[in-house]
Design a protein. Structure first.
Length: 1068
């Protein structure tokens, strides 16, 4: 068995020995290598008819010859679309870190291991565009990624590379062809892993990673200068956002050859650091007999060989280095002709990564003078003065300084921004950019050659050329027609440019006015009620004025004259109107009036009928708690010329939880509209409205005589949280505000209905300021066609403010009312108010009126079509809180103790969804025993199946309308209900006993016949509650059962041989 297992493992390419010491492979970097694309072999991705690939992984691909990896012969490979291959097992599709993630694999080779994708400029997959393919050349196995990319930068990147396995030598080659610069669309996926890994992720012995990054910041070193990584998670930078110079040159090759010498992985701390030297120490890896040491200054891409190479000990003392310079070091272990891969770069302590700005060590400075006390002053938009504290030992050649918008400490080799002579500790910086933060450093210059270390950084920010405007406030209204624009002075500015126009960015009013102070006053008055746009920008002797933020103000509105109207049809706040909320600090737009957007729920377009942008409205949505004063103020309007001033407007309030035209009210009906007027003596309320209507309503108010000739302002205010019960179902809309001469015959207002019953409703209204001499006329109709002046009303001369309008259940009425001032003078019709007359409650609206259901064998046996029209709500349900308008039914439990009650729909009925509850006990003292909303078998009707009930007991069932909106809105109407139990199922015409006895007819009227009574000893007749109704000894073939009541019975035939037969029979 073991031999068979071994053979299977070998056939599958599964190593039976660990692939260890992969880190001992030697490594070579080469450039200028010819990249030879493959076109034969097999295309892996996109697979099938797909045009794209993402996270694809191949099945095992057999190799034509065993490939030795880590000392084990591999017979197959797996290819990941994420830029790598594995041995032993397929990697996960979302494995983007193949060197540090093992999974079930026993080896990995990664050329660009990250979340890969295809170049998306190849939108269609023709031959030769983005693909992953492999080809076995006999001498080499080649996997090729063509027009590949970082998934997140696939809109611009196009990368081409190969992994080549050389059968004869075990060499691994990664070759890069033409690759675009790294993308800038995203910083995700920009650190791929490159290198090889064995069957563990142990860095010391089984991972050989490469590393390159933006070190130091702005480096020009590309991928050909990669160094050995310091962990199994080391990465290669490929990010156009971070540094586009760290890119992949065409013809770059990384090559690993099998070896036995492990690299240096452990270092001690660097010691004896002087101005020109340092001592580096490391731990010898097994087998190493000598070492090569290389070093380079931070920022250099190339390495310098130590003059003592090869060294035979684990210590190297470097000399001849530059003072005050950061260096990086790497060491290569040797064993005769064997060369390990160079080590990672250690840090100063030897325990961390020296491939960083701090490097491996920094030589001491010959110039020991240290600068402190950095400060800045005289900061203007384009200049500043920096200063510092003189060193204790003043440097002979003064100081050097460096400034930048970057906060990165400059390298010692950087060219200074400037210098001062000995003893000078200040420097003037010029040519700066306004509104910019600058960082600066200072160092000592001892003798022109030896420089001190850079000081700690300090910073300053140049002021903007755009001053802080102090008046008018941004968006100010009611501004004088001769306003003064003021601003705060900018240090260093010698003047300011002012532009004013009637369009944003315009200068048709003031064009580049040159101002030396900090204010500008207009030479001539501006227009009233006009919005002006303005900018102010400073300038210096060296920097011109710039473009600054455009602000605006609106001049004071002139007093308008009546008659006046506003239709709110512009989609914006009308000129000279204002909206405010004096009791709220919220900046949410829902605490102000709106002039565009879509009202919702009961005020939706389907209900109010007017397009967005053609009315003003208050959004009932959050915030609403504590929001009591959403105010809209009109301009000032002079009423001179109006003998009887009159204010009219239209408003819409239709509280509903649904956008459907079928109102679905809730308990949050609370918003209130108030209209106030102010003639300079304080606000006076002239209208308050809280009622709902599915139609726009017109209101008209005759103003009191003290307003004649006055200048007034209107204030429409909405309270969104009346009685602390705010919610989002109750938008309020406003339209067509007018102040005009009162009509000769004033209309009634606040039309409403009340006392809605199954026979009609009372129509109510409020009398106008001057009641009509001949009362009121009422007109009603079953359609929403407004009456005209010639329409004949059904009711005339009504002296009060109420009229009962009768109607029939289910009818919808539209009602209008007008004033009748004289035979020849009537007001306009007001309305309509609309309502639907409800049905009277059904008899089974309450438990005591429950309809008895006869239990059948199946639903269809005794299905009842009934209705809940007119029903009210009583009781509760445990399975659904959104329910109401329930009706009651009763069922007598059959002898089996089991019963099922089910509801179904009726075609054309508005009752589309039911809830069913079951109860035991008696009316007035019921106990809930079951509840169902939706039939588990599917659908939105209900079913309750009960078992183990007491035969003959009475159960009560209530059918409810689902009142929620999920799945559509349901209304009261017809439905089917049935009670049944499978034990009562009957044949169509007769039931046969086991002795082939027939009873007929079934159902029967008076007589039930037995086909053969010869062997029948007794007949027992019981009802379904188990009560014995009749005993017939020694029966003949006719059983006279006329005295039984209508219903279902069990007829038991006791045979002379002692057996019994039970037959179900129905008495008509």
């Amino acid at each position: 068995m073991k031999k068979i297992l071994l053979a299977c493992m070998m056939a599958l390419g599964i190593g039976t020995f660990a692939q260890t010491n992969v880190a001992s492979y030697s490594f070579v970097k080469s450039t200028g290598v010819t990249y030879t694309p493959i076109t034969g072999g097999t295309k892996l991705f996109p697979s099938g008819t797909n045009t794209t690939y993402d996270n694809d992984v191949s099945a095992a691909i057999p190799l034509s010859s065993p490939f030795t990896f880590g000392g084990v012969a591999m017979n197959s490979v797996y290819v990941s679309a994420n830029g790598f291959i594995t041995f032993g097992a397929a990697p996960g599709g979302t494995n983007y870190t193949p060197l540090s993630t093992l999974g079930s694999t026993t080896g990995a080779i990664s050329a660009f291991g990250q979340d890969g994708g295809f170049s998306s400029t190849d939108t269609v997959q023709p031959s030769g565009n983005h693909e992953v393919r492999y080809e076995d050349l006999g001498t080499e196995f080649v996997v090729q990624w063509q027009d590949h990319a970082n998934y997140f930068n696939r809109s611009t990147e196009r990368l081409n590379f190969q992994i080549r396995l050389v059968y004869s030598t075990g060499e691994i080659k990664i070759i890069y062809g033409n690759c675009t610069d790294p993308g800038t669309a995203s910083t995700s996926g920009t650190t791929p892993q490159v290198g090889i890994r064995g069957n563990s992720t142990t860095f010391a012995s089984n991972v050989s990673p490469l590393m390159i990054g933006n070190v130091p910041t702005g480096t020009s070193c590309d991928w050909s200068k990669a160094v050995t990584g310091n962990s199994n998670a080391s990465t290669m930078l490929f990010s156009g956002t971070t540094n586009a110079s760290v890119k992949i040159p065409n013809g770059l090759q990384f090559s690993w050859m099998p070896g036995t010498q492990l690299p240096v992985r452990t270092f001690a701390a660097t010691t004896a650091v002087t101005t020109n030297g340092a001592t580096v120490s490391w731990t010898a890896p097994t087998g190493a007999t000598a070492y090569n040491v290389q070093y380079r200054a931070l920022g250099s891409c190339d390495w310098t060989d130590f003059t003592g190479n090869p060294v035979s000990t684990t210590t190297a003392s470097l000399s001849g280095l530059n003072q005050n310079t950061t260096y990086q070091v790497q060491v290569q272990a040797l064993n005769g002709g064997l060369q390990a891969m160079y080590s990672h770069i250690p840090n100063l302590a030897g325990t961390g990564n020296g491939y960083a700005t701090a490097g491996s060590f920094t030589t001491l400075a010959n110039c020991a003078s240290t600068v402190t006390g950095l400060a800045s002053s005289a900061i203007t938009p384009d200049a500043a003065t920096i200063s510092w504290t003189a060193s204790t030992t003043p440097p002979g050649n003064g100081y050097e300084y460096y400034y930048s918008t970057s906060a990165t400490t400059p390298l010692n080799s950087v060219t200074p921004s400037g210098s001062t002579t000995a003893g000078v500790v200040t420097a003037n910086l010029s040519g700066l950019t306004p509104n910019t933060t600058y960082n600066y450093w200072v160092r000592a210059n001892c003798n022109g050659v030896d420089k001190g270390v850079w000081s700690s950084s300090a910073s300053f920010t140049t002021p903007s050329l755009c001053p802080t405007i102090t008046a008018p406030a941004a968006g100010a209204t009611g501004v004088s027609t001769i306003p003064t624009i003021t601003w705060t002075a900018i240090n260093g500015a010698i003047g300011y440019k002012v532009n004013v126009g009637t369009t944003s960015g315009g200068n048709d009013i003031v064009n580049n006015a040159d101002v030396t102070g900090t204010s500008y006053t207009f030479a001539s008055p501006l227009n009233t009620s006009t919005k002006y746009y303005y900018t102010v920008s400073g300038y210096t002797a060296n920097t011109a004025a710039t473009t600054c933020t455009v602000r605006d103000f609106t001049t004071i509105c002139s007093v308008l004259s009546a008659p006046y109207s506003e239709t709110f049809s512009s989609g914006i706040l009308p000129n000279c109107w204002s909206t405010q909320n004096p009791t709220s600090t919220s900046t949410d737009p829902n605490v102000k009036w709106k002039f565009t957007g879509n009202a919702d729920y009961g005020a939706s377009l389907a209900n109010n009928g007017r397009a967005s942008g053609t009315y003003a409205w208050v959004d009932a949505s959050s915030p609403y708690t504590g929001i009591h004063n959403v105010e809209l103020l009109s301009p000032s309007i002079n009423l001179t010329g109006l003998a009887v001033p009159y204010v009219s407007f239209e408003w819409f309030k239709n509280h509903s939880t649904s956008t459907s035209t079928t109102v679905s009210p809730s308990s949050y009906d609370n918003n209130k509209l108030t209209l106030d007027i102010n003639d300079g003596n304080g606000w006076v309320t002239i209208f308050t409205g809280t009622t709902n209507s599915q139609l726009w309503r017109s209101e008209g108010i005759v103003l009191a005589s003290n307003y004649i000739g006055a200048t007034v302002q209107l204030r429409f205010s909405v309270d969104k949280d009346v009685a602390g019960n705010g919610y989002f179902y109750d938008d309020i809309l406003l339209d067509n505000v007018e102040i005009k001469e009162a009509p000769s015959c004033l209309s009634p207002n606040s039309l409403a209905f009340s006392n809605l019953t199954s026979t009609g409703a009372d129509i109510n209204w409020m009398a106008p300021t001057i009641p009509p001499a001949m009362g009121y006329d009422v007109y009603y109709s079953s359609n929403n066609t407004a009456p005209t002046g010639s329409t004949i009303p059904q009711y005339t001369g009504i002296t009060g403010t109420m009229q009962n309008v009768p109607g029939t259940s289910g009818s919808t009425f539209y009602v209008w009312v007008r004033s009748n001032c004289s035979v020849s003078s009537q007001s306009t019709w007001v309305g309509p108010v609309t309502y639907t007359i409800p049905f009277p409650p059904p008899a089974n609206d309450i438990c005591s009126g429950a309809i008895s259901l006869t239990v059948g064998g199946v639903f269809a046996d005794n299905a009842l079509t009934t209705s809940n029209a007119g029903a009210t709500t009583d009781g509760t349900t445990s399975c659904q809180s959104n329910r109401g308008d329930n009706v009651w039914f009763s069922v007598i439990v059959p002898a089996s103790g089991n019963v099922t009650v089910e509801t179904k729909g009726v075609t054309g009925s508005g009752l589309l969804d039911t809830v069913l509850s079951a109860h035991s006990g008696t009316c007035g003292s019921l106990t809930s025993i079951a509840c169902n909303d939706d039939n588990p078998a599917g659908g939105v009707y209900s079913i309750v199946s009960l078992t183990g009930q007491t035969p003959g007991s009475t159960l009560y069932f209530s059918v409810w309308r689902y009142t929620g909106t999920a799945g559509g809105v349901s209304t009261n109407g017809q439905f089917q209900i049935s009670a049944y139990d499978s034990s009562l199922a009957l044949a169509t015409n007769e039931v046969k006993t086991k002795k082939s006895l027939n009873v007929y007819p079934n159902p029967f009227s008076e007589v039930l016949n037995i086909s053969d009574a010869t062997n029948v000893k007794n007949v027992l007749v019981t009802d379904f509650s188990g009560r014995l109704m009749k005993t017939i000894p020694n029966p003949g073939s006719e059983l006279h059962l006329g005295e039984l009541k209508q219903g279902m019975y069990l007829v038991t035939l006791e045979m002379k041989d002692g057996s019994k037969q039970t037959i179900k029979a129905i008495k008509k």
